[in-house]
Write a protein that binds this ligand. Structure first.
Ligand code: SIN
Length: 358
């Protein structure tokens, strides 16, 4: 981890945490082949330096590199490091706001994670954490990273009376709660926030803001961040035509603690999977049912009658449901250690019940 934090840690500043991604990517031949590039090449200091002249006067910006990866390689340990860094920065009286530069491929997971482990803290302290990324590498002719980073910096530091502290994201001129991100296009510049009514800075749509406040009223306690080696093993299995029972049977006796089943349609599970899934649940594996359509909620007992102790994911996509299930299993384990009779289902439902604000 490198940083320029030591320079002036005593003064008020915005902190930019770098995770890598296309926003820090470099193409070898950017004019002719901008999409032939490697993510996570530039340091976060360089990203900030490139936009320095456009940063509003009087705003000091410091940066710290947490990782510099292609976010498809994001690990549980990276999330632990990032979550702890965000908590520390939120608790630092000199930090006015936090920006995170991140690859877009798994920004969806990180957004949900940060809401679940730091959303209450950010709200209580009145500080904004803004995630951003880019779809084009930093040296592409039309690179979108600089404007996304500037939007994030402005949103993190602008005194917007009606926009509370919380975990947000901005890309392509639009903002949303970070937990509502979803990458729904492989190339488009607005791949992650396609239908938010909110522009990034200042123009906060009142109905969107009412939604943010309703989420924040419901989210009254952050979940613990799992230690790097303590994340429960949870896999996503996608249902499809020709599904075989062996695909599930091979998990019997494994160390996996949870499965997210991305079912067809409303979250339907192939008949060939029902018997082995029941055996897995009997073995103590936590099972969540979601759907593979890319949009729309998965509702309990519709159309399936959910297997005992299995939960539906609500609005959570499969990648988000997976993070939520990992955090829920870990939270139940921590609760048990202090004698609280709470189950993974109690914690998972708290996340899945949060409304999506679009
Ligand atoms: C990544 O997720 O790190 C690469 C893709 C991107 O940032 O758009």
């Amino acid at each position: 981890m490198s940083s320029n934090l030591s320079q002036s840690v005593q003064s008020a500043h915005i902190l930019v945490l770098g995770m890598g991604g296309t926003i820090a990517g470099l193409a070898q031949n950017p004019q002719d082949q901008p999409m032939n590039y490697q993510a996570g090449q530039l340091g976060v200091n360089d990203l900030v330096r490139h936009v320095q002249s456009a940063i509003p006067d009087g705003i000091e910006v410091l940066s710290s590199q947490i990782a510099n990866i292609n976010s498809r390689d994001l690990t549980d340990a990276h999330l632990t490091s990032l979550g702890l860094a965000v908590q520390e920065a939120l608790n630092n009286a000199q930090v006015r706001g936090i920006v995170i530069t991140h690859g877009t491929d798994t920004l969806e997971e990180t957004g949900l994670f940060l809401q679940a482990v730091c959303g209450k803290l950010a709200h209580r302290l009145g500080k904004r954490v803004i995630l951003t990324g880019a779809m084009l590498p930093s040296n592409a002719p039309q690179a979108d990273g600089p404007s996304n980073l500037l939007d994030a910096l402005r949103w993190a530091c602008t005194a917007i009376d009606n926009c509370p502290g919380g975990i947000y994201a901005v890309m392509d001129g639009r903002g949303c709660m970070a937990m509502d991100l979803a990458k729904r296009h492989a190339q488009s510049l607005n791949a992650l926030i396609q239908d938010s009514p909110t522009s990034s800075v200042g123009l906060i749509n009142p109905s969107w803001l009412a939604g943010v406040k309703s989420v924040q009223a419901l989210w009254d306690e952050d979940l613990p961040i799992p230690a790097a080696g303590e994340w429960p093993w949870v896999e996503i299995l996608t249902c499809h035509a020709g599904a075989r029972p062996e695909t599930l049977r091979q998990w019997l006796g494994s160390k996996a603690q949870g499965l997210v089943i991305a079912g067809t349609g409303n979250g339907g599970i192939h008949a060939a999977w029902l018997a082995p899934l029941t055996d897995l649940i009997d073995q103590g594996i936590a099972v969540v049912r979601t759907n593979r359509t890319g949009a729309g909620a998965t509702v309990q007992d519709l159309p399936e009658i959910d297997l005992p102790s299995c939960l539906a994911s609500g609005k959570l996509s499969a990648p988000k449901a997976r993070i939520a299930l990992q955090l829920a299993i870990n939270a139940a384990k921590q609760a048990k250690l202090v004698g609280k009779p709470l189950t993974w289902q109690d914690f998972f439902a708290r996340i899945a019940d949060l409304p999506e604000i679009r």
